[in-house]
Ligand binder design. Structure first.
Ligand code: SAH
Length: 332
């Protein structure tokens, strides 16, 4: 068993099934996740307990095959047990660092503007493999925000992502949660309702990128399965019942979705939802012909004058191909 797949509750059950004190789960969680210790370094556990744990669990972390550091951004290529590779990206802000975690090897969503989609989906990551990305990066860098926005579609791997968020948010462990986690989805509609099962106070971001079906279906094949109305109904309902402010992500693509008309259409679409619009400059990828919008400022001003709460996302990681949509699994 992989230790990092275990929620604290599951670990407690492991100990009680052995007839042992379940408080050991708390000791382990605090030592490993909060204090970044190794099993050997935990003074509060007997050698007998440690031997049993070592016998039952793997504590090994994946290997960092390559690390590129571009100053405010660092990108690690992580090699998993079956030789699959994923990337994870650290962004250093003034107020601390954020980590962008991958959820799948490749991605099945195939968005036209995104490099990760060109990889095709090879498999889902386990919760432990997502936790490992955090541990590997947290060894050197204090992290205070997790974005579930790396390679893969989190809602196409719901159960593992749910476990991952439970482990991340445990107050005995990393204690992320309450706004220190953001999950981004392209809109796997049936799973949006199930997000209610995860109650760690994470932020939800929706990759919208277009204000109508015509444009969105051209950009994002997922929209052909669940159209924009279905998506917005699910998001509206979720935001209301969970009392959550939603972030709508919108990549500005030159001549595609960046006109005044689209700004007005977007304004209508999100009316009445507690939300803001995160405008994302397009990051060039090898495999598509899109261009960054030349009208971003006009689009932004139009949204603002319509009363929409819009912001620009700061650009990170371009120099080392670590920006949104540029993650793959190879190093050039
Ligand atoms: N599958 C999830 C999370 C991964 S993508 C999702 O779709 O939300 C993370 C964000 O990067 C998404 O908003 C995605 O649309 C955006 N993105 C993808 N390619 C991009 C590019 N080339 N430039 C800018 N943002 C991009």
């Amino acid at each position: 068993m992989n230790f990092y797949d275990f929620t604290k509750e599951k670990l407690e059950k492991y100990f009680t099934d052995l007839g042992e004190n379940k408080a050991k789960a708390e000791i382990l969680y605090k030592a490993i996740y909060r204090n970044k210790k190794t099993l050997e370094e935990i003074a509060e556990l007997s050698q007998k307990t440690k031997d049993k744990l070592l016998n039952d669990f793997s504590f090994s972390l994946p290997e960092t095959i390559a690390l590129q550091d571009g100053g405010d951004t660092a990108k690690a290529l992580i090699g998993l047990k079956d030789k699959s590779k994923v990337e994870t990206v650290l962004m250093r802000h003034k107020f601390g660092a954020g980590l962008c975690v991958s959820t799948q090897v490749g991605c099945a969503m195939n968005c036209a503007f995104c490099q990760s989609g060109k990889l095709k989906k090879r498999r889902d990551l386990t919760a432990g493999e997502m936790v490992s990305q955090v541990l590997v990066m947290a060894r050197e860098n204090p992290i205070n925000h997790i974005s579930v926005m790396g390679i893969g579609e989190p809602l196409d791997n719901f159960d593992n992502v749910k476990t991952f968020l439970e482990i991340l948010s445990s107050p005995y462990g990393f204690a992320f949660g309450n706004r220190h986690i953001t999950l981004s989805t392209c809109g796997v509609v049936p799973m949006i309702e199930r997000l209610k099962e995860i109650d760690c106070g994470f932020n939800l971001a929706i990759s919208l990128h277009a204000p109508n079906d015509e444009i969105r279906s051209r950009l994002m094949p997922v929209n052909k399965r669940w159209g924009i109305n279905e998506l917005m109904t699910a998001v509206r309902e979720y935001s209301k019942s969970e009392k959550k402010r939603i972030a709508f992500e919108y990549i500005l693509l030159d001549g595609i979705n960046d006109g005044f008309e689209q700004a007005d259409e977007l304004t209508e679409l999100i009316k009445g939802i507690d939300c803001f619009v995160n405008l994302i400059p397009y990051n060039q990828t090898e495999s598509s012909d899109f261009k960054p919008s030349s009208r971003s400022d006009d689009f932004f001003r139009q949204l603002r004058s319509n009363g929409v709460n819009a912001i620009f996302r700061r650009k990170f990681g371009e120099g080392i191909n670590a920006a949104c949509g540029q993650l793959s699994s190879k190093y050039d």
